[in-house]
Design a protein around this ligand. Structure first.
Ligand code: SAM
Length: 214
């Protein structure tokens, strides 16, 4: 299915507080180092156009949110959404999530990790490029505090099944997969992410799961 083009935010919109590049990051990513407070920290990997981050940061002002997005154009677009919403508890990082988790996220420091509709990489030889792969699963599980959550949604059944199997094998501390239910949309942007909206509008099934770390 074709992807809609990514629009650049207006040139006069100030993104300086909501868009960070890797070079400008502190050595360890925490609420204190990024937001100057100690609120629980939730991280989304692969934020795309940033709908989840904008909605979640507005709905849960008692938590901080960080989106990590490897494509600069998407990170900039998502940051534009945050700047327009004037939320103070969410930022976008433009960069690759995998080394950031390995090098800059302390064990048991996160309230939640969110992965929504990661690129499928259909061919077997390309599977290692998936955002949820054996290395990242271990490092995301390690980063979540006891009682914290990993959310994973996709419309690719094969990705869903492979990942659930890998988590059971590599990160048993995440416990059993808890299904998440579909919620009826109240308006045109009342979806978890843009890709969830796209799948549901095209009547493509979505597979949703949450884990709570023991
Ligand atoms: C299919 S899109 C889904 C976007 C969004 N989560 C949604 O559901 O609308 C997957 C996104 O993950 C991003 N991505 C892929 N690998 C990444 C990585 N290693 N670190 C951060 N972002 C990544 C891609 O650039 C893309 O924007």
């Amino acid at each position: 299915m074709p992807r809609s083009p990514i629009r650049r935010p207006p040139a006069d919109l100030d993104l300086s507080k909501v868009l960070r590049d890797i070079e400008s990051l502190p050595p360890t990513l925490t609420s204190q180092s990024l937001f100057g407070n100690n609120l629980p920290l939730e991280v989304e990997v692969g934020s795309g156009k940033g709908l989840f981050l904008a909605n979640a940061s507005e709905q849960t002002p008692t938590h901080n949110f960080v989106g990590i997005e490897i494509q600069f154009k998407c990170a900039e677009h998502a940051a534009g959404r945050l700047a327009k919403a004037k939320v103070g508890n969410a930022i976008m990082i433009s960069g690759n999530a995998e080394p950031l988790f390995l090098e800059r996220v302390d064990p048991a420091s996160l309230e939640a990790v969110h992965v929504y509709f990661p690129d499928p990489w259909w061919k077997k030889k390309h599977r290692k490029r998936r955002v949820l792969n054996p290395t990242s699963i271990v490092s995301y599980a390690r980063s979540i505090r006891s009682g914290g959550r990993l959310h994973f949604w996709t419309d690719v059944l094969d990705y869903f099944e492979d990942t659930v199997e890998m988590i059971a094998e590599l990160a048993p501390e995440l416990g059993v997969p808890i299904p998440e239910v579909e919620i009826e949309a109240d308006h045109d942007l009342d979806y978890r992410t843009h890709f969830e909206r796209r799948s549901r509008k095209n009547r493509i099934p979505v597979y949703r799961v949450c884990y709570e770390k023991r």
